[in-house]
Design a protein around this ligand. Structure first.
Ligand code: XIL
Length: 370
């Protein structure tokens, strides 16, 4: 287990932190994190350990804009424990150390991600008839990870993407080895173990595909609400809904309908977090000025709806600069057909503030204090 002192020692010894230039105050308008703090909100972004160690300019921008960080992949089970029993938390530790050195909070992402290929293969291929051992392995993993960063994680994604309506169940739950063996009880097992290992962390259910006003997403909102309601009703320690917010600028958004969904979540007594905001601009025109304006306008409408609600605590973007967005990663096949790079994030590839940065700042500035 890592306590605060150990984290500091780790920070001091890590190559990541010693090669960093000192954090400079943001020039011009206050940084998003500072602005968010005036409203009782946090602003942050996903980072990778490699970005922090190899891109000092980006690390500096992250240090000045953010008050909370999340590891883009370094805490995922299939990354941390690719081989059973060989846990490698170097990347995760480096990110936590970077955040700790700068007094930033952390989100934890994610303890259980039941999508195909997102659980370690040795879990996905767990032999038949060993359900109790599988439960022990799940509890051990959650206990180890949540315990390792106990006191350092403001909010943990305990289960990520647990719903997939295309899997054909009436409750919309995603089929996986965990659902096969435990049915919905795997949520109870994971959340209970997370609470015991780090009682101070908010525990989140995190999902995507609930933001736009299109039929499958509207239907998914219902599945998410029903799931949360069942968890709350039977006393599973869930505290917050993470809404990934991978937005597509060309898809419809209905502020009133989405706002009602947020209100229903809040009425369950849950907090809400915007956990992975970015904008897919593939169907927007190529001209950068028009594209940036349309994406920024979309983000402004979306965030205005979110931060107007006091249940919403944090806004994180999935990366801070277009230079590192997963959308531009050729492995995802999400590149624009004109071959131009996408511009999904608040800073451009030179780290200049884009219209989206100003849209986020304006939405936050407009939010009621909480
Ligand atoms: C993505 C990362 O950005 C990629 O670099 C990685 O290869 C795969 O995962 N929803 C999530 C995130 O919850 O963990 C995903 O992150 C993006 C979609």
């Amino acid at each position: 287990m890592i306590d605060r002192r150990n984290v500091l020692a780790l920070a001091l010894s890590s190559a990541v932190s010693t090669s960093m230039p000192p954090v400079r105050a943001a020039e011009g308008a206050p940084a998003l994190g500072a602005l968010a703090a005036t409203r009782g909100l946090r602003f942050g972004a996903a980072v990778t350990a490699r970005q922090l160690s190899s891109m000092p300019d980006l690390a500096e921008a992250i240090g000045s804009e953010c008050t909370i960080l999340v590891a883009e992949s370094e805490m995922k089970w299939h990354v941390v424990e690719h081989t059973r029993g060989k846990r490698d938390t170097k990347g995760a530790d480096a990110i936590v150390a970077f955040a700790t050195e700068r007094g930033m909070a952390m989100r934890g992402h994610t303890l259980v991600w039941p999508a195909k290929g997102r659980l370690p293969a040795w879990i996905e291929n767990w032999p038949d008839g060993e359900a109790s051992d599988l439960e022990s392995a799940l509890v051990a993993h959650v206990t180890e990870m949540a315990g390792r960063y106990r006191g350092r994680i403001e909010s943990w994604d305990v289960v990520n993407e647990g719903i997939e309506a295309r899997d054909g169940r009436s409750d919309g739950l995603r089929r996986s080895i965990l659902l096969d063996r435990f049915d919905e009880r795997y949520f109870d097992i994971a959340f209970t173990a997370a609470r015991a290992a780090d009682p101070g962390a908010r525990l989140a259910y995190n999902d995507y595909g609930i933001e736009h006003e299109i039929p499958w997403q509207v239907a998914k909102r219902r599945h998410v609400l029903d799931l949360l309601e069942r968890l709350v009703r039977r006393g599973v320690p869930v505290d917050t809904l993470g809404i990934q917010s991978h937005l597509t600028a060309s898809e419809p958004f209905d502020a009133a309908a989405f706002g009602r969904f947020l209100d229903e979540v809040a009425a369950l007594g849950l907090a809400i977090e915007i956990t992975e905001l970015d904008v897919d601009d593939r169907r927007l025109p190529p001209a950068i000025e028009d594209r940036d304006r349309a994406a920024a306008d979309f983000v402004r409408r979306y965030l205005d709806t979110c931060v107007a609600r006091p249940a919403v605590r944090t806004v994180l973007t999935w990366g801070l600069s277009d230079r590192t967005s997963w959308i531009n990663d050729p492995r995802w096949g999400r590149r624009r057909s004109d071959g131009l790079p996408s511009r999904p994030l608040p800073l451009d590839e030179t780290l200049a503030r884009k219209p989206m940065w100003h849209a986020i700042a304006a939405a936050i500035a407009n939010a009621p204090a909480r």
